[in-house]
Unconditional design. Structure first.
Lengths: 222, 222
């Protein structure tokens, strides 16, 4: 393998951190300082430390920006186009995380100019190939909510079917038929009725539900 | 990020190449020469060339060992445990491929001692963390055939429902109820009856089917 010894590639981790608030899907972006990306928005990320696994790096970056841990976090894809970084070849291991709406921190002020939740439908032009990564993460998320329980990270412990439907609509970017949604989501067997109803609200109180399991679960259809 | 400049990580691609023959799932393994893995079996792979994308590297490695191209190939996962390679830190971008049963080549004889299809249920102790990678690939494959059309790469152009069921049983490692399988697989809408029957066989000729689409397709269940 004559090429091996010449390999000079860095490995980075980039996080696509999603939340849903006010019935809209948001993604966390940081604003860069360094040229040629001064003031350009990007996904939070950085090079892997020499003694750090990719998972640990993704958790570190998530905690740096949001102070959140113990949420849904999954490796998305390795992006390895040869010219994706103007500073040299970098393979990015992209992750996606789903977190409840939360405050943001600027612990890394010296590194970034700003950090902000961006409405996914208003995504600006991002640095590197981060638009592509963010779009793929959103696509994976849209697939995943249709056959797994990943939405648990985006909802409070107990929720109504209306709240759940709004999360699905925000991610899928379309309105769903209420009866059809309820029928299908209950048939998946991922959520359980609590036997008590929400106390607030002017309307007829709605039944509360919770996820049976908060680990990753794959729905078997065969 | 004080750690960045110290990063010394190589990036490799490793392929999990599956086929189904005689109702059994097989994976392609190569036998290594170099110490400390002399005569140990492993997944075919190697370091990424400096100017090569991960996808191109996976296709190159697949073609080197099998002379097959234009089959189902998908990036599986990036494996990045810090001590997974005794020669230094290597992040492995694992791929999985599904190919029809085929001859194997030893074009890379100088590099490997042997290359062979191994029954997946008889997997030997592999080099590095390759047992873990192979098990994860098999798990992903088992998930995928339940909601996508990936099985097309493992079947001839036209096939009977019995042939399809045998591929599913080989991958899932269990017998499936015939009536239930047919009902569910037809409900997925991925295959179409050809309107003609197989000509060989002593039994009543069975209807032939084909996949409607040979691109990756995700089944929407909501």
């Amino acid at each position: 393998m004559p090429h091996s010894s010449k390999q000079n590639i860095k490995v980075a981790v980039d996080n696509c951190i999603f939340t849903v608030k006010d019935n809209e899907l948001y993604i966390l972006l940081i604003q860069m300082k360094k040229k040629p990306f001064t003031n350009v928005w990007a996904l939070p990320g950085g090079l892997l430390w020499q003694t750090e696994t990719p998972d640990k790096a993704a958790i570190r970056i998530l905690k740096e920006e949001t102070n959140v841990s113990n949420v849904y976090l999954e490796q998305l894809y390795a992006f390895g186009e040869t010219k994706r970084d103007p500073f040299g070849r970098v393979v990015s291991l992209a992750y996606f995380a789903l977190i409840p709406p939360t405050g943001l921190r600027l612990l890394t002020l010296s590194k970034y100019a700003d950090v902000k939740w961006w409405k996914f439908t208003d995504l600006p032009r991002l640095a590197y190939d981060h638009n592509r990564i963010a779009l793929y993460a959103k696509q994976r998320l849209a697939w995943k909510i249709e056959y797994t329980n990943v939405a648990w990270s985006l909802l409070p412990e107990n929720f109504t079917l209306s709240q759940l439907q709004k999360v699905y609509e925000a991610i899928l970017g379309k309105r769903l038929d209420k009866r059809n949604f309820r029928k299908k989501v209950l048939a998946l067997g991922l959520i359980a009725a609590l036997g008590k109803k929400e106390l607030l609200g002017a309307h007829r109180p709605a039944m509360l539900y919770k996820f049976k399991d908060k680990k990753a679960a794959i729905i078997k259809i065969l």
